[in-house]
Design a protein around this ligand. Structure first.
Ligand SMILES: Cc1ncc(COP(=O)(O)O)c(C=O)c1O
Length: 458
């Protein structure tokens, strides 16, 4: 009988993260004066040890012992051969996934929450603030803060807060405090509420609130944490791809296609970046970040400089952006409702090393149901976007009669997303069409900003 799970022992878990900044060039983030941001400019927002990681170009960075110890609560995560899906699709493709849903909060997010909480603790911080879309990140940071004895405050995008009340309960069990965003607790929140009292909220607004809450704490013992987008977040997530490489080597396989859903880019990058290094060195691999058709950052928006948040508190980042005031439709995949994208992922798309795809809401849920009924795990709505593309690729392999190897990231489970599944099964979910002109309008915000250069490696 074939093994489903390919496991590593705790001793075999990688001891270093892979930093893609050793192998690609990025345009620098820009401050309000149009000049590159200096590390000390970021000090009110992040602790200096994380800022150093953000700008480091060391290829390999040690994972501290204390972080490895918490990782071992659920890591190494299993690499699973999706034998039942292969059978259901009658495909000659060999399909593997990293099961990141096995972490305590249920997603890949603690891979970076744990080191971020650790570095904040080492830097003498007592409190962290953050935003959350789907609620997975807020749970992950609450869990991580509990591990290191820090307080945690989470601004949760209103629409997800209403759709998923138990995410708030999970955060509270881990001692996190969660409020719906926009809230009346910050100036950014109050200004948005005055203009749009019924807004569903967005990640961009929640980020503004969380940054403001951190920098306005007079004790100086609070810092902000971002769950995606930034270089150090991508770095921490590479544990996923590094483990996957070791696991595939155990069964003598190597991927032809790599797939991950992309909101801010972190679970995708975590799986893909260690393989992007191989692609840079000549391996033939197709690598697909997958996003919702209703929030089409990589597939429809240009590579520009834009703010990471709605109020414009963050530096200008070089990324694909729909415009920092873009209000994504209230998709049931809160973690993918973001106007921007990680600068590293954006840079790789600009260089042609990644091929972005988009999927609509109904296709994504239909794929989630196929996976739940074959592999058994109920996927997070975000993960469903990757799954739709996996199924497409597996069907293509069948048409071509090719034994393609497909590797994807199962970024989280959907056990707290059952309201959306219930609606899908009752035929009450629909696709969101972005009305003509919406994207062009929302992109006006960056018309007068500087433009990033199209950099190449080497
Ligand atoms: C399960 C899951 N997958 C994917 C994402 C998207 O984020 P990222 O692109 O940073 O992985 C989220 C974000 O909340 C998530 O909860």
């Amino acid at each position: 009988m074939k093994d489903r799970k390919i496991l590593l022992t705790e001793d075999e878990m990688p001891r270093q993260w892979y930093n893609i900044l050793a192998d690609i060039k990025l345009n620098p983030p820009l401050g309000p004066d149009g000049n590159p941001v200096k590390p000390e400019d970021l000090a009110p927002v992040f602790p200096m040890n994380l800022i150093e990681q953000e700008v480091s170009s060391e290829r390999w960075i040690e994972i501290p012992e204390a972080v490895q110890s918490v990782y071992r609560i659920w890591r190494p995560s299993p690499l699973v051969r999706a034998l039942s899906l292969e059978k259901a699709l009658d495909t000659p493709a060999r399909i593997y996934f990293k099961n990141e849903s096995v972490s305590p909060p249920g997603s890949h997010k603690p891979n970076t929450a744990v080191p971020q909480a650790y570095y904040n603790k080492v830097a003498g911080m007592e409190r962290m603030t953050t935003e959350t879309g789907a609620g997975q990140w807020g749970c992950a940071l609450s869990f991580a803060c509990a591990q290191f004895g820090l307080e945690c405050k989470v601004f949760m995008v209103r629409v997800s807060f209403d759709q998923k009340p138990y995410r708030k309960s999970m955060m509270e069990v881990w001692n996190g405090r969660c409020v719906a965003s926009p809230s009346t607790e910050t100036r950014a929140g109050r200004e948005i509420l005055a203009k749009f009292p019924d807004t569903p909220g967005s990640l961009g607004i929640a980020i503004s609130e969380a940054i403001e809450a951190a920098v306005s704490d007079p004790s100086g013992k609070t810092r902000y944490s971002l769950g995606s987008v930034l270089n150090h977040v991508m770095l921490h997530q590479t544990i996923i791809g590094l483990e996957a490489k070791l696991q595939l080597a155990k069964v003598g396989d190597y991927p032809d296609v790599i797939i991950g859903c992309a909101g801010g880019g972190s679970n995708f990058a975590g799986l893909a970046f260690p393989f992007v290094l191989d692609k840079i060195n000549g391996k033939a691999i197709e690598i697909y970040p997958v996003e919702p058709a209703a929030c089409p950052t990589l597939t429809k928006a240009p590579f520009v400089y834009d703010h990471g948040d709605t109020a414009g508190y963050t530096p200008l980042l070089p990324m694909h952006s729909l415009g920092h005031s873009f209000m994504p439709p209230p998709l049931h995949a809160g973690g993918l409702r973001y106007h921007g994208m990680a600068p590293t992922v954006s840079q790789l798309v600009d260089e042609g090393l990644l091929t972005p795809k988009s999927v609509n809401q109904l296709e994504s849920y239909a794929a989630g149901i196929i996976l739940a009924r074959s592999e058994g795990i109920i996927p997070a709505p975000e993960t469903n976007h990757a799954l739709a593309t996996v199924i497409d690729e597996a069907r293509k392999a069948k048409e071509e009669g090719r034994e393609k190897v497909i590797l994807f990231n199962w970024s989280g489970h959907g056990l707290l997303d059952l309201g959306a599944y219930e609606k899908f099964l009752a035929g009450q979910l629909s696709n969101f069409e972005l009305p003509e002109g919406v994207i062009a309008d929302s992109e006006k915000v960056f018309a007068n900003y500087p433009k990033p250069a199209h950099l190449k490696r080497g």
